[in-house]
Write a protein that binds this ligand. Structure first.
Ligand code: DP6
Length: 329
């Protein structure tokens, strides 16, 4: 009862920021992302009757503590669906997500774990069912089931059964690029889980954020359909700024930005003044992701490689959805 799956990370253009149910991971708004080919996790799950507990290895190292707990709690969900409560697994994961790039490896990690785990135990899940399961590991991961653009529909039901991602446009629909601008200075991190909870509980700006989502989603979906890069970029950048504005209103206030983050943002805006269409987005950390079109790749890479405080620029194309390695079958 063994299976291997590979899942890519994704970058949100309309952010998921806020939960209405913390334990089921139900969001307060729909979000929309692009899956990226440069960053992925490959995971093998091997269920065996002889095991008395789960074990988890990440990049060949045995993991204990909170990261192990999250994996074993997630396997509990799979065991429950499969009605095999006493079947334990050995999990081997390899992350091809440079942690320095500031991409949440939890997105590719939980998508790969959900895919490999559900297949290994014998479940045959449709994509939306796999996305719904993945959501309960880490919210943003539910979008990584699909390649290209995907939308996580928040759903309305209290049990979360209608909260999962759906495909918007496949990997080959449009070659939009994303450069991860890696910064030297690392701030003390407020995790996305903690940051969004503090924002929901205390920020007076949170309501304004939630209220602004439907219009952003409408516009970005029109932009994707028309392959209108300026439209998609402008909506994504503004949406990111609104998300980050909510953290300044939280108690205690916090920000994920540092001085170099702001310098990268200003450089993106300067590039636009020079006629290069480029837009930024930022998740729960100081690094910046820049959206651009393939013909401007050299200009983007050269500009940011030479910016003080930037240690690396890692470029990515749209990526594919979850895939399985067949040799385990
Ligand atoms: C800022 O998916 O990491 O990257 O559901 O608590 O595991 P949990 O949070 P997570 O949050 C991601 C937040 C974000 C925006 C996004 O990816 O949409």
């Amino acid at each position: 009862m063994k299976a291997t799956a590979k899942a890519h990370t994704n970058i949100a253009l309309i952010k998921y920021w806020g939960k209405r149910n913390d334990s089921l991971i139900l969001p307060t708004n729909n979000s929309l992302s692009l899956t990226l080919d440069g960053f992925y996790t490959e995971t093998t799950v091997d269920f065996q009757d002889s095991l008395t507990e789960d074990s988890f290895f990440l990049n060949k190292e045995k993991i204990n503590g909170i990261a192990y707990e999250r994996v074993t709690l997630f396997l509990d969900l799979i065991r429950k669906i499969a009605d095999k409560p006493n079947l334990f697994a050995t999990v081997h994961s390899t992350n091809h997500v440079p942690t320095a790039a500031g991409f949440a490896s939890s997105a590719s990690g939980f998508a790969a774990l959900a895919a490999a785990g559900s297949k290994a135990i014998g479940l045959q899940l449709a994509d939306h069912e796999l996305s719904r399961l993945t959501r309960q590991g880490s919210g943003s991961a539910c979008r990584s089931i699909y390649g290209g653009f995907a939308e996580w529909q928040q759903g309305t039901l209290e049990d979360g059964s209608d909260s999962y991602a759906v495909p918007i446009a496949e990997q080959n629909f449009w070659d939009v690029r994303v450069a991860a601008i890696v910064l030297s200075a690392k701030e003390k991190k407020v995790s996305s889980r903690e940051g969004m909870k503090r924002t929901v509980d205390t920020s007076p700006f949170f309501k304004g954020w939630v209220d602004s989502i439907p219009a952003d989603l409408r516009e970005i979906k029109q932009g994707i359909e028309a392959r209108d890069f300026e439209k998609v970029g402008a909506v994504a950048e503004a949406n990111c700024l609104k998300m980050h504005a909510t953290t300044l209103g939280a108690a205690p206030p916090f920000t994920y930005w540092n001085d170099i983050t702001v310098s990268v943002m200003q450089t993106v805006q300067k590039l636009r003044e020079e006629g290069i269409p480029a837009y930024f987005t930022i998740d729960a950390g100081p690094n910046v992701k820049v959206l651009y079109l393939p013909e401007n790749e050299d200009k983007i890479v050269n500009t940011f490689r030479h910016l003080p405080g930037v240690t690396d620029v890692i470029v990515s194309k749209p990526g594919r959805g979850v895939t399985y390695t067949t040799e385990d079958e």
